[in-house]
Design a protein around this ligand. Structure first.
Ligand code: FRU
Length: 502
């Protein structure tokens, strides 16, 4: 079974749209998708709900689409979980397993899966009021297959905030309470509850002179790698001002005492989970079993700048690959998240291709020659020997070229999609994106996940990630390295072809 093989679209090609559909990234069967929602693990299944509009390939009245996976890679589509109702569209939110049945919706033996989401009342918005977003809950007693909305919704009414949304709920063992973090205009607000039904405002966190709109927050504790210290990460998606333009996912590192978040870094430092353009609304999975212990995250692989115009018709947009994040201390008062694609991928590696140095000719080395380009490439090179940019070219027979590289003159990584295919749908799409290199030593390691129409670059041991999408005119079928003095500077290169059939 292929990753998207349960999509009827794969068997029933409509136009030439399917050439863009990735193999390993989650895509909706058809129509419009944005943010991941309600990600929760229960009884051997990873649940992925998502913002979904089943009637069009552009944004509209939001539902929660639903899929499940046993390994985070092969997804099975399930019927729509939540439909709009008289209180509004179903905007983004989260889901938890209420193990102790604090809500009373289930029993301790059969704990309810509770979804916490934003109601967006479009009619009220049209009438010009400011209170059209409220928070609602729903529950399922059959592993997320069927849902019942709480009769006394909304659980948090709105007093006056036009932007009041995207609740992420976690259990806070120290205070024995549920904590909700909400994005409210230009800041995060924290609420507490003992039963998921009645909520009390606790505090807020924001930045001075903030002009950007905050969305899709997340809050979680995480051990600092190699220590016994625990820090709290507050994730916030920003509607503008991401490192390479448009929308992106950022985070703050600090402490949370059950009431208030405080940033532990000078000047309320903010970092980005991804320096590419295509990772928005990234949030973490709830209820990963303690014996697994990982912090797993996934984002929407697009950017509001052009998401509704990308050249697919039958379906629109994919999710990023699921990633594991860890926290490291990088300076006396600085902590950063590292990201890496989940280890489950190794089960899908098929052939390992390594190119021996004596086979390299001049400044080019062919890594991969197969259509479509779907692979995992791991490349280590010595940047002290780079006299010109080190480049990895992904090309098609229609001469589309995507370049991923390192430029020693500016000490930065880049992804250049200016000539990678169709881009006329939006003037902001064709661009070269770059981000500073954070590694200190001479050896740089690039870990690339290539899936037909996207590339995810993990480097600086996971401290730097870049996710970019592209739309080649014909399938990409070649990956080459281009650099001066290749046989001397290339230390290691390995490509795993990936096959959706294990
Ligand atoms: C983020 C977002 C959320 C909202 C949802 C609506 O992409 O704007 O803030 O809940 O999309 O679809």
């Amino acid at each position: 079974m292929g990753v998207n093989a349960t999509n009827p679209a794969n068997h029933n090609m409509v136009g030439n749209d399917e050439k863009y559909r990735p193999e390993f990234h989650f895509t909706p069967d058809s129509m419009w998708m944005n943010d991941p929602n309600g990600m929760v693990y229960y009884k051997g299944e990873y649940h992925l709900f998502y913002q979904y509009y089943p009637k069009s390939n552009v944004w509209g009245p939001m539902h929660w689409g639903h899929a499940v996976s046993k390994d985070l890679i092969q997804w099975e589509h399930l019927p729509i979980a939540l439909y709009p109702d008289s209180l509004g569209y179903i905007f983004s939110g989260s889901a938890v397993i209420d193990w102790e049945n604090t809500s009373g919706f289930g029993t301790k033996k059969n704990p309810p899966m509770v979804a916490i989401f934003t109601y967006h009342n479009a009619e009220k918005e049209r009438l010009g009021t400011n209170d059209f977003q409220t928070q609602g809950i729903a529950y399922s007693l059959d592993n997320g297959r069927t849902w019942k909305k709480y009769a006394a919704n909304p659980v948090i009414p709105n007093t006056s905030f036009r932007d009041f949304r995207d609740p992420k709920v976690i259990w806070h063992p120290a205070s024995k309470k549920w904590i909700m973090v909400l994005a409210v205009k230009d800041r995060a607000m924290f609420y507490a509850s003992s039963d998921l039904k009645s909520w009390k405002f606790e505090s807020e966190y924001g930045l001075k002179d903030e002009k950007r709109l905050w969305e899709c927050p997340d809050l979680f504790p995480i051990k600092v790698s190699g220590t016994s210290e625990t820090k709290w990460v507050l994730v916030v998606s920003m509607q503008s001002g991401a490192p390479n333009g448009g929308t992106g996912t950022s985070y703050f590192v600090g402490d949370f005492d059950g009431h208030q978040f405080t940033n532990s870094q000078p000047d309320n430092k903010q970092f980005w989970l991804d320096a590419g353009t295509d990772n928005y609304a990234m949030v973490s999975w709830s209820d990963i079993p303690a014996q697994d212990g990982r912090k797993l995250m996934l984002g929407w692989m697009s950017n509001w700048q052009y998401a509704q115009q990308v050249p697919t018709q039958r379906w629109r947009s994919a999710m990023t690959l699921p990633r594991e994040v860890t926290l490291v201390k990088t300076a006396p008062a600085e902590w950063k998240l590292k990201s890496m694609v989940v280890k489950e991928f190794s089960a899908y590696r098929k052939n390992k291709i390594s190119i021996s140095k004596d086979k390299m000719t001049g400044n080019k080395c062919l890594l991969f020659n197969q259509s479509p380009a779907i692979c995992e490439a791991i490349i280590t090179f010595d940047r002290s020997k780079c006299k010109e940019p080190f480049q990895i070219l992904i090309t098609s027979t229609s001469s589309d070229t995507l370049i991923i590289g390192y430029d020693s003159s500016g000490n930065n990584y880049f992804i250049d999609r200016r000539k990678a295919g169709i881009s006329a749908f939006n003037p902001l799409f064709a661009a070269k994106h770059s981000t500073p290199c954070l590694s200190k030593g001479n050896l740089l390691n690039l870990h690339l996940m290539v899936d037909k129409t996207s590339v995810e670059l993990f480097t600086d041991e996971g401290l730097t990630v870049m996710t970019d999408i592209f739309f080649p005119k014909s399938e990409m079928n070649k990956i080459e390295i281009l650099s001066n003095n290749l046989s001397e500077l290339l230390k290691e290169n390995m490509v795993h072809t990936l096959n959706p059939k294990k």
